[in-house]
Design a protein around this ligand. Structure first.
Ligand code: SAM
Length: 248
């Protein structure tokens, strides 16, 4: 029975947890979590009380050893993050890898994911997507990453913090051009959920229309590059940007 269960938890609406996840959390001997206060609240909401093991960005290697010892003693451990699917732009991958390398079993419990929820309502018609997670916070690194993606045909999915949404959107427009479609999926599953699709050229105005839009959680999706004409356009824009930078 010893096993690490990687359990997805809600990204807002507390009803978005699976019956199986509740069952596993109820059976677990301990729950490894990103933030013990958040997870304690989550567990209380479902009437569960368990030993919580702090497993955050800074102690994953250390806690992985503790989890392995417990698993070897026959325990069942659940791993959760603050929201959504663990190990996706969240801690968890180091623990999973250590447990796997120790020859122990890891079982996923699928559930909420901000990226896939946003993709599912984006209306972007494309069976390929590229999930990038958070863009680098430094402007130079961010722009270099975007530059490399500008001719990619797959739809792109980004996570972004609200205090950077305006700046990042401007960077997306500069890298991909004003004609590309963008989808903002804000506060998914929560009271002020908003899903808005427009062109990158229209995006700054939409963000400026309501000050609430500088708050909340965002998934941003950008449509992929279209056929050749678009790519020629991208190339022209890239060269133009280089020339403009030389001039300034
Ligand atoms: N592991 C999570 C998942 O599976 O979706 C993602 C965790 S990551 C640290 C948090 C980021 O996910 C936020 O900054 C935001 O970009 C996105 N996110 C999480 N919840 C969201 C929600 N309810 N609505 C929109 N975006 C959300």
């Amino acid at each position: 029975n010893a096993c690490l269960y990687v359990v997805a938890t809600p990204i807002g609406n507390s009803a978005d947890i699976s019956l199986r996840a509740l069952h596993v959390l109820a059976l677990a001997d301990a729950v490894a979590c990103e933030d013990t206060r958040n997870t304690a609240q989550l567990m209380t909401r479902y009437g569960l009380h368990k030993t919580l093991l702090a497993a955050h960005q800074h102690n994953e290697h250390e806690v992985a050893e503790k989890i392995i010892t417990r698993l070897q003693a026959g325990e069942r451990i659940a791993l959760v993050s603050d929201a959504g699917t663990p190990a996706v732009s969240d801690p968890g991958a180091i623990i999973v890898d250590a447990v796997r390398a120790a020859g122990l079993r890891v079982i996923p419990l699928p559930g909420a994911s901000a990226a896939l929820s946003a993709l599912s309502v984006s209306g972007l018609i494309n069976d390929q997507f590229y999930f990038l997670g958070f863009l680098p916070s430094k402007a130079g690194q961010r722009d270099a990453v975007l530059e490399n993606l500008s001719s990619m045909p797959a739809s792109m999915i980004f996570y972004e913090a609200p205090h950077r949404i305006i700046e990042s959107t401007a960077a997306l427009c500069k890298a991909f051009g004003a004609q590309r479609q963008v989808v903002f999926a804000r506060e998914l599953t929560k009271l002020f959920e908003e899903i808005h699709r427009c062109t990158l050229g229209e995006a700054a105005d939409w963000l400026a229309q309501d000050t609430h839009r500088e708050k909340g959680e965002y998934v941003v999706l950008v449509e992929g590059a279209k056929a050749d004409a678009d790519q020629n356009d991208q190339e022209a824009r890239r060269v133009l940007n280089i020339l403009l930078e030389e001039l300034s």
